[in-house]
Design a protein around this ligand. Structure first.
Ligand SMILES: Nc1ncnc2c1ncn2[C@@H]1O[C@H](COP(=O)(O)OP(=O)(O)OP(=O)(O)O)[C@@H](O)[C@H]1O
Ligand SMILES: [Mg+2]
Length: 216
């Protein structure tokens, strides 16, 4: 059984009275431990699809299933729990709290745990062992994104969603960040969307998205 599945998922936006399907009938499956790349040009619906798969948005029709269970059968609290405990997120911009150090920004991913050792271990693996106590403005863009990768990996999530995680980085740093995500995800699956095919060299499988639809 697949870990995560979209079944005929659509996401409708209404903009100035005009309706538009950013995701237009997508069916796909993500297997345990798989690196799935989703490739598409700007506006093809990549971010929208990730929002659906991760439960950040509710499909207008069709459904999303995690571990065989439709997200639509879960209430908001259960969906939040899923995002906090089972999912990890990396976004295009490295979102960090400016008043917390690198280490503290990683530790907040698991608020109820004595998780300092795990956070330190991850930051070490990401090459930031010497910079644990720096504030975000004392780190480079690539370093900030690696802090976000560490945070996404805390608690060994079952699925890591990465939305153009390399967009704010130069090519070399971008490749390095994807490679680290891939190496450190353990048993977790990685679903990464990008417009840049060269970032998907390590993907197990690539799905192409055009105008909200999977193309062959
Ligand atoms: N909140 C919104 N309201 C109305 N339309 C939206 C909204 N968000 C996205 N769209 C539209 O939905 C389509 C898909 O957007 P989406 O952000 O998913 O694309 P994308 O593939 O992630 O693009 P990019 O590579 O530029 O990030 C676009 O036409 C966009 O304008
Ligand atoms: Mg996007």
């Amino acid at each position: 059984m697949s870990l995560l599945a979209a079944r005929g998922a659509r996401l409708r936006y209404v903009d100035h009275g005009k309706e538009h399907f950013a995701v237009d009938g997508v069916s796909l499956e993500v297997q345990p431990n798989e690196f799935l790349g989703i490739l598409g040009p700007s506006g093809s619906g990549k971010s929208s699809l990730l929002y659906l798969l991760s439960g950040l948005k509710v499909p207008s029709s069709g459904q999303i299933e995690f571990d065989g269970r439709p997200l639509s059968q879960m209430d908001d609290t259960e969906r939040s729990r899923l995002r906090l405990k089972e999912f990890g997120f990396v976004f295009q911009q490295p979102y960090l709290l400016g008043y917390l150090s690198a280490l503290e920004n990683v530790r907040i991913a698991e608020m109820d745990a004595d998780n300092s050792a795990a956070a330190v271990a991850l930051l070490n693996q990401l090459g930031l062992g010497e910079k644990l106590h720096r504030l975000p403005h004392e780190l480079s863009g690539g370093e900030r994104q690696r802090v976000c990768v560490a945070r996404a990996l805390m608690g060994n999530p079952k699925v890591i969603f990465a939305d153009e995680p390399t967009a704010s980085l130069d090519h070399r740093n971008g490749v390095a960040v994807v490679s680290l995500l891939n190496q450190l995800r353990g048993e977790g699956s990685l679903v990464m969307v990008t417009h840049d095919e060269t970032m998907l060299a390590e993907a197990d499988r690539v799905v192409r998205l055009v105008d909200g639809k999977v193309s062959d």
